[in-house]
Write a protein that binds this ligand. Structure first.
Ligand code: FAD
Length: 815
């Protein structure tokens, strides 16, 4: 059995030791730079040592909600009379603005979809649960009875003791200064005076994570930030509290969030703890950490900066008037990690086998993360969809220091903000643009972002195409970061032709004598077909889950171009390359792509093209190299909108010329520039799935409704698992009965009052005249069933429809 070494005995490292040993992997050593004194509660000096431990389980991400649910349950099971690992006092989030109240209704939907009991309640009901609240200043609240307080030190101690009982070893006062390696694999770590051998090293170093990454040439994109936490003196109405001073048992009041003012609260016996995110971002200079924290009790605590806290106190007194007679007696600026997208960092080093990372993890998610890490490390495949947590999810541009610093600071600022699902990022804009950017700006493009890329969502210059007779749901939330021009662009594409900038979609080249065998062994269909063939296929994990969907064009005997879903795909393919002679090259930044789609696309492209574009010369799912208006291009006859047309690839240097020639030639045929939002409308009404939304590693191809992409006789990774796996859910197309109804994604789906699934993506379809959505639902639900989808708490009637609403026979796309 492998020898495991965990760096960091915080809540994540100790949970991982517990999970690994529970799986029977008992050769586990946990090192911490801080003290670990046998027989006492573990307080190593990291963030977990002082975390107030509020566990709000509900999250827009199902994976994160799942991690939190597991943590709450597991910590609850660790409770001992001397130390509560979990105190289910319930969670209360209050609204002081109508926008927040609406947001809480939206959140109630996420909770329902995740199976977390939660209920919107009135101001008086809030005050009944939390008597310090002034009901006259709040509009209502969301009560989640199973939320509560994690006692991180107690949970660490309980898990550590259990792991030790199973054979694990915990050693304090050991600073890891070097990670030892040989031939691309880890062999152990070195501390000041000892060497520890290991086959697997997992860095659970919390906000020290980037430093540990430096030891092995790995950028771990997290930023340690100061965050204010303070305790009041005795609050009179709590003075008689019987359990004062008994650690985490010292609370009966629900944990409380007042996100409109970036505040949260918990009870500490007869005192109130106040956490504040409203202050300026305070990134920590790790080179000066020990100097800066020397006066505090541990290295994760910076001195309190009282001035930053003034607005928090003023607002606290307003919302919890009973606290006014007390004062702040104990405060610090605690340190923990923020990341570019707010998600944790989980996964294995791409170039050093056996070096893993589990960092930027809240106490809330710690046990769930640890369980998945244990599964991933020992089995090779995580047990849940980790694409939002995967260390490999960032492109090179997204791990540059400025990018990481700015986006992580923004994640801090926005931690309690109401974020619209289409909210464009406000920092680090313009990092990457396609060669057509100047033309897009001139055409009034409204840009949203995809990873580092600026992508037109729609073009204001198309506003004149809006058909005043085209109805669409009058919903202010749904119309944010949206325009009716989107529908006009979609309609123009169906009627004539649209030009779409597809540059930001990642693509790679796979070359080499073994390329065909390598890819065919991993993909659900063989790509060993004649040069010029394009194949749509899936990458499954060894449990049969869909970890990506890709288009593969064979451009030469040893040369393939793949459209992929992100850097995780490159990482994953790279890891599976054994002795095969193949190279994998990311060509996204050096090339560009224009999608030309619509019934008149052939009239537009054919006259400019050096080859015939008829069905018998370049048919559906065929690729060719040619020139368009003199520009060397690769043409692929595929479409993500369900219309005749091509993806046209060129070198960046030629991109602008290509765009201009196509735009010119498009004028006589009524071509429009069309943005990503129109693309989304078109793909949804056509039945095309989007990976990461409508399918994930938690679903099989059949569950996701893409079983057609699995070759019947073909042998590939995941095939055997697939054959054994029962159907546990289905992705169904649902259509609103009311033309005025809209949903956006994430909402719960109910049948006869019971939650049966959730919406994965949705758009109002101008072709259908209704909102069309995908819903991941229980397997028994079928075409014709009426379901209800709760949008901001309002039930909307939908019917399960045939999977494809536009051109189900595919006549249009085949031209
Ligand atoms: P840590 O607990 O920091 O553990 C990392 C360990 O690694 C440390 O013990 C450290 O000594 C060790 N280490 C580092 N480098 C080395 C090395 N080179 N060699 C050996 N050991 C090393 N989260 C919530 O869910 N709810 C909350 O209410 C909440 N409130 C918070 C309030 C404040 C003020 C702060 C600062 C954080 C809060 N958090 C909260 C966040 C939470 O505390 C952290 O995300 C969590 O504790 C991180 O756990 P960890 O195990 O990853 O890191």
């Amino acid at each position: 059995q492998p020898r495991y070494l965990i760096i960091g005995a915080g809540v994540v490292g100790s949970s991982l030791a517990d999970e690994l040993t529970a799986l029977g992997h008992c050769d586990v050593t946990v090192l911490d730079r801080g003290p670990l004194v046998p027989g006492t509660t573990a307080m190593t000096g990291g963030s977990s040592s002082h975390a107030p431990g509020l566990v709000f389980q509900t999250n827009v991400s199902r994976t994160m909600s799942g991690f939190a649910q597991y943590t709450a349950k597991k910590f609850g099971s660790l409770n001992q009379p001397g130390g509560l690992s979990y105190n289910a006092v319930g969670g209360l989030e209050v609204a002081t603005t109508p926008q927040r109240l609406a947001e809480l209704a939206r959140k109630e939907g996420w909770a329902k979809a995740a199976g977390i009991p939660a209920e919107l309640i009135s101001p008086d009901e809030c005050a009944a649960l939390h008597p310090l609240l002034d009901p006259t200043v709040i509009l209502g609240g969301l009560h989640t009875p199973t939320d509560g307080l994690a006692g991180a030190p107690a949970a660490i101690t309980a898990q550590m003791n259990r792991a030790i009982d199973r054979g694990a070893v915990f050693v304090g006062d050991q600073v890891v200064v070097e990670v030892l390696q040989r031939g691309g694999s880890v062999t152990g770590v070195r501390t000041a005076d000892r060497v520890f051998d290991a086959d697997v090293v997992v860095s659970c170093a919390g906000f020290w994570g980037a430093q540990l990454g430096d030891l092995v040439g790995l950028v771990v994109p997290l930023v340690p930030m100061g965050h204010q936490y303070a305790k009041t003196s005795v609050v009179e109405s709590l003075a008689a509290y019987p359990d004062a001073g008994r650690g985490h048992a010292d609370a009966t009041l629900p944990i409380l969030r007042h996100q409109d003012a970036d505040l949260y609260y918990r009870q500490h016996g007869d005192q109130i703890g106040i956490g504040y995110y409203g202050h300026r971002p305070m990134p920590v200079d790790m080179d000066r950490l020990y100097e800066a924290t020397a006066a505090e009790s541990m290295p994760s605590m910076l001195p309190f900066t009282a001035k930053d806290f003034d607005p928090a106190w003023a607002e606290t007194v307003r919302i919890l008037p009973g606290v006014a007679s007390a004062e702040v007696v104990d405060g610090f600026n605690g340190i923990f990690s923020f990341t570019p997208d707010g998600g944790p960092m989980m996964g294995e080093h791409p170039g050093l086998e056996g070096f893993w990372v589990a960092e930027a993890v809240w106490v809330t998610h710690s046990a769930g993360v640890a369980k998945t890490m244990a599964q991933w490390i020992t089995h090779g495949t995580p047990d849940v969809d980790v694409h939002g947590c995967d260390l490999a999810r960032f492109t090179d541009a997204q791990v540059q220091p400025d990018y990481v610093a700015d986006t992580s600071a923004q994640a801090f600022v926005e931690v309690y903000d109401i974020i619209h699902p289409r909210e464009p990022r406000s920092v680090q804009r313009g990092v990457a643009v396609s060669p057509f950017h100047a033309r897009q700006v001139a055409a009034g493009a409204v840009f949203h972002v995809g990873r580092q890329w600026e992508r037109p969502a729609w073009y204001e210059s198309n506003a004149n195409l809006v058909d005043a007779r085209q109805p669409y749901p009058a919903d202010a939330w749904a119309q944010r970061h949206w325009s009716p021009t989107v529908l006009a662009e979609a309609a123009a594409t169906r009627a004539r032709v649209g030009l779409f900038d597809m540059t930001s979609l990642m693509r790679i080249e796979v070359r080499g004598p073994d390329a065909a065998t390598f890819l065919s062994g991993l993909l659900t269909r063989t790509v060993d077909r004649p040069v010029g063939t394009v194949v749509y296929a899936l990458l499954l994990d060894d449990r049969g889950g869909v970890r990506s969907d890709v288009t593969v064009a064979r451009l030469g005997d040893d040369h393939f171009q793949l459209g992929i879903n992100g850097p995780m795909d490159i990482d994953w393919l790279g890891r599976r390359r054994g002795s095969e002679e193949v190279t994998i090259t990311d060509i996204t930044a050096s090339t560009c792509c224009i999608g030309v789609w619509g019934p008149r696309s052939r009239d537009l492209v054919a006259p400019l093209c050096s080859i015939e574009l008829r069905d018998n010369t370049l048919g559906y799912y065929k690729a060719a190299q040619a020139t368009i208006a003199g520009v060397a291009v690769t043409l692929m006859r595929i479409s993500y909108v369900g219309e005749l047309g091509w993806e046209i690839y060129a070198d960046n240097a030629d991109g602008l010329r290509l765009w201009d020639r196509l735009a010119e030639a498009g004028e006589p045929v009524g071509a429009v520039l069309a943005g990503r939002s129109a693309l989304d409308v078109l793909r949804i009404e056509k039945g095309y799935r989007s990976w990461g939304h409508d399918m994930s590693a938690e679903m099989t191809p059949d569950e996701a409704g893409i079983g057609f992409a699995v070759g019947r006789k073909h042998a590939f990774l995941g095939r055997e698992a697939l054959a054994q796996r029962p159907i546990r859910c289905r992705l169904q197309t649902v259509v609103a009965l009311d033309p005025d109804a809209i949903v956006l994604g994430g909402e719960p789906v109910l049948l006869d009052g019971a939650v049966v699934g959730h919406v994965t993506s949705a758009a109002f379809s101008p072709t259908v005249g209704r909102t069309v959505a995908y819903a991941k639902v229980a397997p028994g639900i079928d075409v014709g069933d009426r379901v209800s989808i709760e949008y901001f708490g309002r039930p909307l009637a939908f019917v399960v429809s045939e999977p494809v609403l536009v051109d189900p026979a595919g006549d249009r796309v085949k031209g």
